[in-house]
Design a protein around this ligand. Structure first.
Ligand SMILES: [Fe+2]
Ligand SMILES: [Fe+2]
Length: 149
């Protein structure tokens, strides 16, 4: 059953909300693929585990978003394409984008009136903070292992 708030949205507003969620969904799947591939290449077991933990969180986020898009009558977009193996540079970019993710989620949550969607976005945002901390650990340790910046 659709919630009351949903019925009050104009078709334009509900379309916009689905698009927002779809955008976040694609971003999460992109991060899953990137971090998993980066983990495959990493010669350090401990850091591989940290990356896989991040990937698991991102996968869960994508799953939550997918369910919400469906619930709102939308169709989740197909998974984004990624180059074969991520470079270290891309991992660093992913790290940077985690900060952007948090801002994006906070701002989106702020603009959403529906309490359920807002709660979902805020929950994801809090977990992006954990991703950021985990990635910081990976980046710092990689730099000390390899001297790469
Ligand atoms: Fe995420
Ligand atoms: Fe993220």
């Amino acid at each position: 059953m659709r919630a009351e708030w949903w019925k009050r949205l104009t078709p334009d507003q509900s379309q916009k909300l689905r698009e927002l969620l779809a955008e976040r969904y694609s971003d999460e799947l992109h991060d899953v693929a990137l971090v998993e591939r980066a983990a495959e290449q990493l010669p350090y077991e401990h850091l591989r585990r940290v990356l896989r933990r991040i990937a698991a969180r991102e996968r869960q986020h994508a799953e939550w978003l997918r369910a919400k898009i469906r619930e709102l009558g939308g169709t989740p977009p197909p998974p984004p394409e990624l180059p074969e193996a991520p470079t270290w540079q891309e991992v660093l970019e992913a790290f940077e984008s985690e900060k952007a993710d948090q801002v994006e989620y906070l701002e989106t949550a702020y603009g959403v009136r529906d309490p359920e969607v807002r709660e979902l976005l805020e929950r994801i945002q809090r977990e992006e903070e954990e991703n950021y901390r985990d990635l910081l650990e990976v980046v710092t340790r990689m730099e000390s292992h390899t001297g790469r910046a």
